[in-house]
Design a protein around this ligand. Structure first.
Ligand code: PLP
Length: 420
Protein backbone atom coordinates (compact mmCIF):
# COMPACT_ATOMS: atom_id res chain seq x y z
CA UNK A 1 0.00 0.00 0.00
CA UNK A 2 1.44 3.36 -1.01
CA UNK A 3 0.64 6.64 0.75
CA UNK A 4 -1.94 7.42 -1.96
CA UNK A 5 -3.46 3.99 -2.66
CA UNK A 6 -6.73 4.94 -0.98
CA UNK A 7 -6.39 8.68 -1.68
CA UNK A 8 -6.27 8.81 -5.48
CA UNK A 9 -6.49 11.91 -7.64
CA UNK A 10 -9.29 11.85 -10.22
CA UNK A 11 -9.47 14.78 -12.63
CA UNK A 12 -6.76 16.46 -10.52
CA UNK A 13 -8.92 16.28 -7.39
CA UNK A 14 -8.02 14.11 -4.39
CA UNK A 15 -10.52 11.52 -3.23
CA UNK A 16 -10.68 9.20 -0.28
CA UNK A 17 -12.49 6.09 -1.46
CA UNK A 18 -15.64 7.53 -3.12
CA UNK A 19 -15.65 11.05 -1.66
CA UNK A 20 -13.80 14.19 -2.70
CA UNK A 21 -11.68 15.48 0.20
CA UNK A 22 -12.89 18.96 -0.70
CA UNK A 23 -16.48 17.94 0.10
CA UNK A 24 -15.51 16.68 3.55
CA UNK A 25 -13.46 19.83 4.19
CA UNK A 26 -16.49 22.01 3.43
CA UNK A 27 -18.43 20.33 6.22
CA UNK A 28 -15.73 19.60 8.79
CA UNK A 29 -13.33 22.56 8.44
CA UNK A 30 -9.59 22.00 8.41
CA UNK A 31 -7.38 20.72 9.85
CA UNK A 32 -8.81 17.22 10.18
CA UNK A 33 -7.61 13.65 10.04
CA UNK A 34 -9.26 11.47 7.44
CA UNK A 35 -9.15 7.66 7.51
CA UNK A 36 -10.15 5.13 4.88
CA UNK A 37 -11.83 2.21 6.55
CA UNK A 38 -11.29 0.05 3.44
CA UNK A 39 -7.56 0.66 3.74
CA UNK A 40 -7.60 -0.48 7.38
CA UNK A 41 -9.60 -3.57 6.49
CA UNK A 42 -7.33 -4.43 3.56
CA UNK A 43 -4.18 -4.24 5.71
CA UNK A 44 -5.75 -6.36 8.39
CA UNK A 45 -6.88 -8.91 5.82
CA UNK A 46 -3.34 -9.09 4.40
CA UNK A 47 -1.99 -10.09 7.82
CA UNK A 48 -4.87 -12.47 8.38
CA UNK A 49 -4.36 -14.23 5.04
CA UNK A 50 -0.60 -14.41 5.50
CA UNK A 51 -1.01 -16.20 8.83
CA UNK A 52 -4.19 -18.18 8.06
CA UNK A 53 -2.31 -21.50 8.25
CA UNK A 54 -1.13 -20.78 11.81
CA UNK A 55 -2.71 -20.50 15.22
CA UNK A 56 -2.13 -16.75 15.09
CA UNK A 57 -3.82 -13.79 16.74
CA UNK A 58 -3.44 -10.24 15.51
CA UNK A 59 -3.36 -7.94 18.52
CA UNK A 60 -3.52 -4.47 17.00
CA UNK A 61 -1.18 -2.04 18.81
CA UNK A 62 -3.79 0.41 20.05
CA UNK A 63 -1.32 3.22 20.65
CA UNK A 64 -0.87 3.74 16.89
CA UNK A 65 -4.44 5.04 16.57
CA UNK A 66 -6.89 4.52 19.41
CA UNK A 67 -10.00 6.10 17.93
CA UNK A 68 -13.06 4.04 18.91
CA UNK A 69 -14.20 3.82 15.28
CA UNK A 70 -10.82 2.41 14.27
CA UNK A 71 -10.88 -0.09 17.15
CA UNK A 72 -14.43 -1.11 16.31
CA UNK A 73 -13.49 -1.63 12.65
CA UNK A 74 -10.72 -3.97 13.74
CA UNK A 75 -12.77 -5.66 16.47
CA UNK A 76 -15.36 -6.62 13.85
CA UNK A 77 -12.65 -8.29 11.81
CA UNK A 78 -11.69 -10.36 14.85
CA UNK A 79 -8.67 -8.39 15.98
CA UNK A 80 -7.29 -8.48 19.49
CA UNK A 81 -5.40 -5.60 21.07
CA UNK A 82 -1.92 -4.87 22.33
CA UNK A 83 -2.37 -2.20 25.00
CA UNK A 84 0.07 -0.15 27.04
CA UNK A 85 -2.15 1.54 29.62
CA UNK A 86 -5.39 1.21 31.57
CA UNK A 87 -6.88 3.82 29.24
CA UNK A 88 -6.17 1.64 26.23
CA UNK A 89 -7.73 -1.37 27.96
CA UNK A 90 -10.89 0.68 28.51
CA UNK A 91 -10.86 1.69 24.85
CA UNK A 92 -10.35 -1.86 23.58
CA UNK A 93 -13.09 -3.34 25.75
CA UNK A 94 -15.49 -0.55 24.88
CA UNK A 95 -14.89 -1.18 21.16
CA UNK A 96 -15.86 -4.82 21.62
CA UNK A 97 -12.45 -6.46 21.76
CA UNK A 98 -12.80 -9.30 24.28
CA UNK A 99 -10.42 -9.42 27.24
CA UNK A 100 -9.13 -12.82 26.18
CA UNK A 101 -7.69 -11.19 23.06
CA UNK A 102 -5.80 -8.46 24.94
CA UNK A 103 -2.07 -8.53 25.61
CA UNK A 104 -0.68 -5.89 27.93
CA UNK A 105 2.74 -4.37 27.26
CA UNK A 106 4.47 -1.39 28.87
CA UNK A 107 7.47 -0.82 31.12
CA UNK A 108 5.80 0.74 34.15
CA UNK A 109 2.40 -0.83 34.76
CA UNK A 110 0.99 0.39 38.06
CA UNK A 111 -0.77 -1.67 40.72
CA UNK A 112 -4.15 -0.18 39.72
CA UNK A 113 -3.57 -1.03 36.08
CA UNK A 114 -2.52 -4.58 36.89
CA UNK A 115 -5.54 -5.05 39.15
CA UNK A 116 -7.89 -3.85 36.44
CA UNK A 117 -6.33 -6.06 33.75
CA UNK A 118 -6.41 -9.11 36.03
CA UNK A 119 -10.01 -8.54 37.01
CA UNK A 120 -10.98 -8.57 33.34
CA UNK A 121 -8.99 -11.72 32.61
CA UNK A 122 -6.75 -10.51 29.79
CA UNK A 123 -4.89 -13.05 27.68
CA UNK A 124 -1.34 -12.15 28.68
CA UNK A 125 0.88 -9.71 30.51
CA UNK A 126 4.04 -8.92 28.61
CA UNK A 127 6.33 -8.42 31.59
CA UNK A 128 9.21 -6.03 31.18
CA UNK A 129 11.11 -6.39 34.49
CA UNK A 130 11.54 -8.50 37.63
CA UNK A 131 9.93 -5.90 39.94
CA UNK A 132 6.90 -5.82 37.62
CA UNK A 133 6.68 -9.62 37.79
CA UNK A 134 6.69 -9.50 41.59
CA UNK A 135 3.97 -6.87 41.66
CA UNK A 136 1.79 -8.88 39.25
CA UNK A 137 2.24 -11.97 41.40
CA UNK A 138 1.31 -10.04 44.54
CA UNK A 139 -1.82 -8.56 42.98
CA UNK A 140 -2.87 -11.87 41.44
CA UNK A 141 -2.44 -13.69 44.74
CA UNK A 142 -4.54 -11.10 46.55
CA UNK A 143 -7.27 -11.59 43.94
CA UNK A 144 -7.00 -15.39 44.23
CA UNK A 145 -6.10 -15.73 40.60
CA UNK A 146 -3.05 -16.33 38.42
CA UNK A 147 -1.67 -14.02 35.76
CA UNK A 148 -0.60 -15.50 32.42
CA UNK A 149 2.73 -13.94 31.54
CA UNK A 150 5.39 -13.72 28.87
CA UNK A 151 8.63 -11.91 29.44
CA UNK A 152 9.47 -9.27 26.91
CA UNK A 153 12.92 -10.34 25.83
CA UNK A 154 15.43 -7.75 24.76
CA UNK A 155 17.40 -9.70 22.14
CA UNK A 156 20.07 -6.99 21.69
CA UNK A 157 19.61 -6.51 17.96
CA UNK A 158 19.82 -3.26 16.06
CA UNK A 159 16.48 -2.48 14.41
CA UNK A 160 18.13 -0.04 11.95
CA UNK A 161 15.43 2.54 12.51
CA UNK A 162 15.19 5.97 14.16
CA UNK A 163 16.85 5.96 17.60
CA UNK A 164 13.66 7.16 19.32
CA UNK A 165 11.66 4.18 18.07
CA UNK A 166 14.35 1.53 18.43
CA UNK A 167 13.63 -0.73 21.42
CA UNK A 168 15.61 -3.95 21.11
CA UNK A 169 19.18 -2.90 21.91
CA UNK A 170 20.76 -3.72 25.26
CA UNK A 171 20.86 -0.01 26.17
CA UNK A 172 17.07 0.48 25.70
CA UNK A 173 14.69 0.51 28.66
CA UNK A 174 12.55 -2.31 27.32
CA UNK A 175 12.32 -5.94 28.41
CA UNK A 176 14.81 -8.17 30.14
CA UNK A 177 18.17 -9.06 28.58
CA UNK A 178 18.13 -12.38 26.77
CA UNK A 179 21.19 -13.42 28.80
CA UNK A 180 19.10 -13.23 32.00
CA UNK A 181 15.97 -14.82 30.57
CA UNK A 182 16.37 -18.35 31.91
CA UNK A 183 16.91 -17.08 35.43
CA UNK A 184 13.90 -14.75 35.15
CA UNK A 185 11.65 -17.60 34.01
CA UNK A 186 12.89 -19.75 36.86
CA UNK A 187 11.97 -17.02 39.33
CA UNK A 188 8.60 -16.52 37.63
CA UNK A 189 7.72 -20.20 37.81
CA UNK A 190 8.35 -20.14 41.56
CA UNK A 191 5.91 -17.27 42.21
CA UNK A 192 2.40 -18.14 43.38
CA UNK A 193 0.34 -15.74 41.24
CA UNK A 194 2.12 -16.39 37.97
CA UNK A 195 1.51 -18.78 35.10
CA UNK A 196 4.39 -18.70 32.63
CA UNK A 197 2.98 -19.14 29.13
CA UNK A 198 4.99 -17.26 26.55
CA UNK A 199 7.88 -15.27 25.22
CA UNK A 200 7.55 -11.78 23.78
CA UNK A 201 9.77 -9.53 21.68
CA UNK A 202 9.32 -6.14 20.02
CA UNK A 203 12.46 -4.55 18.65
CA UNK A 204 11.24 -1.26 17.27
CA UNK A 205 9.05 0.51 14.77
CA UNK A 206 9.19 1.43 11.08
CA UNK A 207 11.57 -1.40 10.21
CA UNK A 208 12.15 -1.53 6.48
CA UNK A 209 14.15 -4.74 6.35
CA UNK A 210 13.44 -8.25 7.61
CA UNK A 211 17.01 -8.92 8.75
CA UNK A 212 16.69 -7.52 12.31
CA UNK A 213 13.37 -9.33 12.81
CA UNK A 214 14.92 -12.57 11.61
CA UNK A 215 17.88 -12.22 13.94
CA UNK A 216 15.56 -11.49 16.89
CA UNK A 217 13.19 -14.39 16.12
CA UNK A 218 16.09 -16.81 15.71
CA UNK A 219 17.27 -15.91 19.20
CA UNK A 220 13.73 -16.20 20.54
CA UNK A 221 13.31 -19.68 19.00
CA UNK A 222 16.53 -20.85 20.63
CA UNK A 223 15.36 -19.42 23.92
CA UNK A 224 12.00 -21.21 23.71
CA UNK A 225 13.81 -24.51 23.25
CA UNK A 226 16.02 -23.80 26.27
CA UNK A 227 13.07 -22.74 28.40
CA UNK A 228 11.19 -25.91 27.51
CA UNK A 229 14.26 -27.93 28.45
CA UNK A 230 14.18 -26.10 31.78
CA UNK A 231 10.65 -27.41 32.26
CA UNK A 232 8.57 -24.37 31.31
CA UNK A 233 5.38 -24.82 29.34
CA UNK A 234 5.83 -22.23 26.59
CA UNK A 235 2.83 -22.13 24.27
CA UNK A 236 2.86 -18.54 23.00
CA UNK A 237 5.37 -16.49 21.04
CA UNK A 238 4.51 -12.81 20.69
CA UNK A 239 6.55 -11.42 17.79
CA UNK A 240 5.65 -7.76 18.41
CA UNK A 241 4.99 -5.21 15.71
CA UNK A 242 7.31 -2.91 13.86
CA UNK A 243 6.90 -3.65 10.16
CA UNK A 244 7.34 -0.33 8.38
CA UNK A 245 5.35 1.47 5.74
CA UNK A 246 6.21 3.45 2.65
CA UNK A 247 6.32 7.16 3.50
CA UNK A 248 8.42 8.22 0.49
CA UNK A 249 9.98 5.41 -1.52
CA UNK A 250 10.94 2.82 1.10
CA UNK A 251 10.51 -0.69 -0.26
CA UNK A 252 8.80 -2.61 2.52
CA UNK A 253 8.59 -6.41 2.53
CA UNK A 254 4.99 -7.53 2.03
CA UNK A 255 3.04 -8.93 4.94
CA UNK A 256 3.22 -12.31 3.20
CA UNK A 257 7.02 -12.11 2.98
CA UNK A 258 7.17 -11.11 6.62
CA UNK A 259 4.86 -14.01 7.53
CA UNK A 260 6.98 -16.50 5.58
CA UNK A 261 10.04 -15.38 7.53
CA UNK A 262 8.19 -15.58 10.88
CA UNK A 263 7.01 -19.09 10.06
CA UNK A 264 10.46 -20.20 8.93
CA UNK A 265 11.86 -19.10 12.29
CA UNK A 266 9.05 -20.08 14.64
CA UNK A 267 6.47 -22.48 13.18
CA UNK A 268 8.44 -25.56 14.29
CA UNK A 269 7.82 -24.57 17.92
CA UNK A 270 4.05 -25.13 17.49
CA UNK A 271 3.26 -22.08 19.55
CA UNK A 272 0.37 -19.68 19.23
CA UNK A 273 1.77 -16.65 17.42
CA UNK A 274 0.73 -13.18 18.56
CA UNK A 275 1.32 -10.26 16.19
CA UNK A 276 1.22 -6.64 17.38
CA UNK A 277 1.12 -4.50 14.23
CA UNK A 278 0.28 -0.82 14.59
CA UNK A 279 1.79 1.39 11.93
CA UNK A 280 1.57 -1.23 9.18
CA UNK A 281 -2.21 -1.48 9.71
CA UNK A 282 -3.03 2.22 10.01
CA UNK A 283 -0.18 4.33 8.67
CA UNK A 284 -1.21 4.60 5.04
CA UNK A 285 -4.92 4.56 5.85
CA UNK A 286 -4.95 8.18 6.98
CA UNK A 287 -4.14 11.71 5.89
CA UNK A 288 -4.12 15.08 7.63
CA UNK A 289 -5.99 17.66 5.59
CA UNK A 290 -5.16 21.33 6.08
CA UNK A 291 -5.63 24.69 4.41
CA UNK A 292 -2.96 27.11 3.25
CA UNK A 293 -3.34 30.22 5.42
CA UNK A 294 -0.66 32.30 3.72
CA UNK A 295 2.02 31.92 1.13
CA UNK A 296 4.89 33.94 2.52
CA UNK A 297 7.93 34.96 0.61
CA UNK A 298 10.96 35.04 2.90
CA UNK A 299 14.39 36.31 2.00
CA UNK A 300 15.62 32.93 0.90
CA UNK A 301 12.55 30.79 0.49
CA UNK A 302 8.82 30.55 0.04
CA UNK A 303 6.75 29.28 2.93
CA UNK A 304 3.45 27.46 2.70
CA UNK A 305 1.89 28.30 6.05
CA UNK A 306 -0.78 25.78 6.98
CA UNK A 307 -3.55 25.73 9.54
CA UNK A 308 -2.19 22.37 10.77
CA UNK A 309 0.80 22.44 13.08
CA UNK A 310 3.19 20.32 15.11
CA UNK A 311 0.49 20.01 17.77
CA UNK A 312 -1.60 18.10 15.21
CA UNK A 313 1.23 16.01 13.76
CA UNK A 314 4.48 15.90 15.70
CA UNK A 315 6.36 13.24 13.73
CA UNK A 316 8.32 15.64 11.50
CA UNK A 317 9.48 17.70 14.51
CA UNK A 318 10.12 14.73 16.76
CA UNK A 319 11.63 12.14 14.43
CA UNK A 320 12.59 14.19 11.38
CA UNK A 321 9.92 12.06 9.74
CA UNK A 322 9.13 12.41 6.04
CA UNK A 323 5.49 12.68 4.96
CA UNK A 324 4.39 13.26 1.38
CA UNK A 325 2.68 16.63 1.03
CA UNK A 326 0.20 16.86 -1.81
CA UNK A 327 -2.12 19.56 -3.13
CA UNK A 328 -5.69 18.28 -2.86
CA UNK A 329 -6.48 20.03 -6.13
CA UNK A 330 -3.47 19.78 -8.41
CA UNK A 331 -5.20 21.91 -11.01
CA UNK A 332 -3.05 22.74 -13.98
CA UNK A 333 -0.32 24.29 -11.88
CA UNK A 334 3.29 23.22 -11.86
CA UNK A 335 5.43 22.16 -8.94
CA UNK A 336 7.10 24.79 -6.82
CA UNK A 337 9.55 24.51 -3.93
CA UNK A 338 8.28 25.46 -0.48
CA UNK A 339 9.11 25.12 3.18
CA UNK A 340 5.85 23.76 4.55
CA UNK A 341 5.24 25.03 8.07
CA UNK A 342 2.54 25.28 10.73
CA UNK A 343 1.30 28.19 12.85
CA UNK A 344 2.86 27.14 16.17
CA UNK A 345 5.43 29.49 17.71
CA UNK A 346 8.42 27.20 17.30
CA UNK A 347 10.87 26.84 14.45
CA UNK A 348 10.46 23.09 14.92
CA UNK A 349 6.91 23.45 13.60
CA UNK A 350 8.07 22.53 10.12
CA UNK A 351 6.58 19.68 8.10
CA UNK A 352 9.07 19.83 5.23
CA UNK A 353 11.92 21.93 3.89
CA UNK A 354 12.45 22.70 0.22
CA UNK A 355 9.58 20.45 -0.82
CA UNK A 356 8.04 20.40 -4.28
CA UNK A 357 4.27 20.92 -4.04
CA UNK A 358 1.88 22.04 -6.78
CA UNK A 359 1.79 25.82 -6.69
CA UNK A 360 -0.70 26.82 -4.03
CA UNK A 361 -2.51 29.92 -2.86
CA UNK A 362 -4.12 30.90 0.41
CA UNK A 363 -7.30 28.86 0.85
CA UNK A 364 -6.06 25.81 -1.05
CA UNK A 365 -6.24 22.39 0.60
CA UNK A 366 -3.07 20.43 1.34
CA UNK A 367 -2.95 16.75 2.35
CA UNK A 368 -0.14 15.43 4.53
CA UNK A 369 -0.02 11.73 3.75
CA UNK A 370 0.65 8.58 5.82
CA UNK A 371 -0.79 10.04 9.03
CA UNK A 372 -3.06 7.18 10.08
CA UNK A 373 -0.62 5.92 12.71
CA UNK A 374 1.05 8.04 15.40
CA UNK A 375 -0.78 11.12 14.10
CA UNK A 376 -3.95 12.02 15.99
CA UNK A 377 -2.88 10.01 19.05
CA UNK A 378 0.22 12.14 19.53
CA UNK A 379 -1.55 15.45 19.03
CA UNK A 380 -1.95 18.06 21.73
CA UNK A 381 -3.66 21.39 22.18
CA UNK A 382 -0.35 23.28 22.50
CA UNK A 383 -0.88 26.97 21.70
CA UNK A 384 -4.53 26.35 22.71
CA UNK A 385 -5.22 24.92 19.31
CA UNK A 386 -8.17 22.58 19.20
CA UNK A 387 -7.43 18.89 18.71
CA UNK A 388 -8.09 18.19 15.04
CA UNK A 389 -11.24 16.18 14.42
CA UNK A 390 -11.04 12.71 12.91
CA UNK A 391 -13.18 11.57 10.01
CA UNK A 392 -13.71 8.04 8.78
CA UNK A 393 -14.77 7.24 5.23
CA UNK A 394 -16.36 4.07 3.96
CA UNK A 395 -17.21 4.07 0.27
CA UNK A 396 -19.33 7.12 -0.24
CA UNK A 397 -20.19 7.71 3.41
CA UNK A 398 -18.18 9.60 5.98
CA UNK A 399 -18.58 10.31 9.66
CA UNK A 400 -16.82 12.55 12.14
CA UNK A 401 -15.43 9.97 14.56
CA UNK A 402 -13.89 12.51 16.94
CA UNK A 403 -15.34 15.99 17.16
CA UNK A 404 -13.37 19.17 17.33
CA UNK A 405 -13.69 20.42 20.92
CA UNK A 406 -15.02 23.89 21.62
CA UNK A 407 -13.01 26.57 23.37
CA UNK A 408 -15.26 26.11 26.41
CA UNK A 409 -14.45 22.39 26.48
CA UNK A 410 -10.79 23.24 26.73
CA UNK A 411 -10.95 26.21 29.07
CA UNK A 412 -13.42 24.60 31.45
CA UNK A 413 -10.97 21.80 32.21
CA UNK A 414 -8.93 24.37 34.11
CA UNK A 415 -10.04 25.52 37.53
CA UNK A 416 -9.33 28.98 38.88
CA UNK A 417 -8.94 28.72 42.69
CA UNK A 418 -11.46 30.73 44.69
CA UNK A 419 -8.64 32.63 46.39
CA UNK A 420 -7.81 34.30 43.10
C1 PLP B 1 4.40 0.40 19.60
C2 PLP B 1 4.37 -1.06 19.82
C3 PLP B 1 3.90 -1.92 18.82
C4 PLP B 1 3.48 -1.44 17.46
O1 PLP B 1 4.56 -1.01 16.70
P1 PLP B 1 4.35 -0.61 15.16
O2 PLP B 1 5.69 -0.18 14.71
O3 PLP B 1 3.36 0.49 15.15
O4 PLP B 1 3.86 -1.82 14.47
C5 PLP B 1 3.85 -3.28 19.10
N1 PLP B 1 4.23 -3.77 20.31
C6 PLP B 1 4.69 -2.96 21.29
C7 PLP B 1 5.11 -3.56 22.58
C8 PLP B 1 4.79 -1.60 21.08
O5 PLP B 1 5.25 -0.82 22.06
Amino acid sequence: MTPVSYFPHQNNEMYVEGIAIRDIAKQVQTPFYCYSSSAIEASYQDYQNAFSDQDALICYAVKANSNQAVLTTLAKLGSGADVVSMGEIHRAISAGIPANKIVYSGVAKTQDEITYALSLGIFQFNVESEPELELISKVATSLNTTAAVAFRINPDVCAQTHAKISTGKAENKFGIPISKARLAYKQAAALPGIKVQGVDVHIGSQLTSLAPFKEAYQRIAELVIELRADGHDISVVDVGGGLGITYLDEVIPSKQTYADMVKAQLAHLNCKIILEPGRSLLGNAGTLVSTVVFVKTGEERQFLMLDAGMNDLIRPSMYEAYHQIIAVNKGTKSLKTYDVVGPVCETGDTFAKARAVHESDAGDLIAIMSCGAYGAVMSSSYNTRMLAPEVMVKGEQFAVVRKRPSYEDIINQDVTPDWL
